[in-house]
Write a protein that binds this ligand. Structure first.
Ligand code: PBG
Length: 327
């Protein structure tokens, strides 16, 4: 008999439940958290749950919710005041800066929650590029930047970060940072490289929220971020990052790069993290902007698609909202 009744397996809730291939749980989610000092925190953000800028004294309440929801990890993004941003990004290793104070507060309030920090200079430079800019050519200098990323990484570990997410896209940084961490005895710090980070228009809301991109039309990061047109190039970088010592890798924007997740997963077993970026989050929540998240929402569909493609975890600003309302 050639005719097949596929609908048999979808015919009742019990059978659909029994054969569901992937599941989304709170343990899969990483809450993206913007932190700021009083002045910036008071300014309106993206206007969606999870995208507000938290003051350090508000983190305790947030972390209570994170723990209660069963979310294992938070990813921190400090919205540094423009006055502390410099050409050389010195604020990136300030042991009493906004990031350091936030990490200390989170470790105090929720000692069992993982803290992921962003390694890249963009939140600390006055131009918003992820690295050091050559004043004559305007180029983002690779090797000079890697030296500073090593300094930033060691400082973040000293501040108390558990996992470093390298979002800068410089060459050779995974190896350089891994060696420096080993040398300093930080053997248990997770290194998570953004292996496939495409030069995307979907970062615009993030850049507005961390408030550094005053460039009309947006900063051009195409000399270090991968073109959305190139999949093989992303895979080459992914393989190299793992060889250099990355424990896990990040793909972003998530829904634009589901094919890359599936390809990576087929190549190696290293855990993959999808990053549902600010622009995706805004798009996905457009349908329920003013209402609570509902079952079968675009958010759920997007997150479960990441899992289907091979992601073990997903960074999203909506983690708490999803965990509290959908799971
Ligand atoms: C930069 C960085 C970016 C994001 C995270 N880290 C943006 C950029 O490359 O300019 C984007 C995250 C988002 O849009 O939610 N190191």
């Amino acid at each position: 008999m050639n005719f097949k009744r596929f609908r048999r397996l979808r015919s009742a809730p019990w059978v659909r439940e029994m054969f569901q291939e992937t599941r989304l749980t709170a343990a899969d989610l990483i809450q993206g958290v913007f932190v700021a000092d009083a002045k910036l925190a008071a300014e309106p953000g993206m206007g969606l749950p999870g995208t507000e800028r938290y003051r350090v004294d508000q983190l305790e309440g947030l972390m209570e919710r994170v723990q209660k929801a069963g979310i294992p990890c938070v990813a921190l993004f400090p919205c540094n005041d423009p006055t502390v941003r410099t050409e050389g990004a010195e604020e990136a290793w300030n042991p009493d800066g906004l990031l350091a104070r936030s990490i200390r507060e989170i470790r105090r309030a929720a000692p069992d929650v993982g803290i992921m920090t962003d390694v890249a200079l963009d939140l600390y430079t006055n131009h918003g590029h992820d690295g050091v800019v050559d004043p004559s050519s305007g180029d983002v200098l690779n090797d000079e930047t890697v030296e500073l990323l090593v300094k930033q990484s060691l400082a973040q570990v000293e501040m108390g970060a558990h996992a470093l997410a390298l979002s800068d896209m410089m060459d050779g940084r995974v190896l350089a940072i891994r060696e420096a961490l080993e040398e300093a005895g930080h053997i248990n710090t997770l290194l998570i490289s953004h292996s496939a980070k495409t030069a995307s228009s979907l970062y615009a809301y993030y850049r507005k929220t961390v408030s550094f991109d005053a460039t009309p039309g947006g900063l051009d990061k195409r000399s270090y971020q991968i073109s959305p047109a190139n999949g093989d190039e992303a895979i080459r970088e992914y393989v190299a990052d793992i060889e250099e010592g990355a424990d896990a890798t990040i793909v972003k924007p998530a829904i634009m790069n589901l094919d890359l997740m599936a390809r990576m997963k087929a190549l190696q077993e290293t855990p993959l993290i999808a990053f549902q970026v600010s622009g995706e989050y805004m798009m996905l929540r457009a349908m329920d902007r003013d209402q609570p998240l509902v079952e079968k929402s675009p958010m759920w569909e997007s997150l479960i698609s990441c899992k289907r493609a091979g992601a073990s975890a997903i960074i999203t600003y909506g983690a708490l909202d999803v965990a509290e309302n959908l799971l």
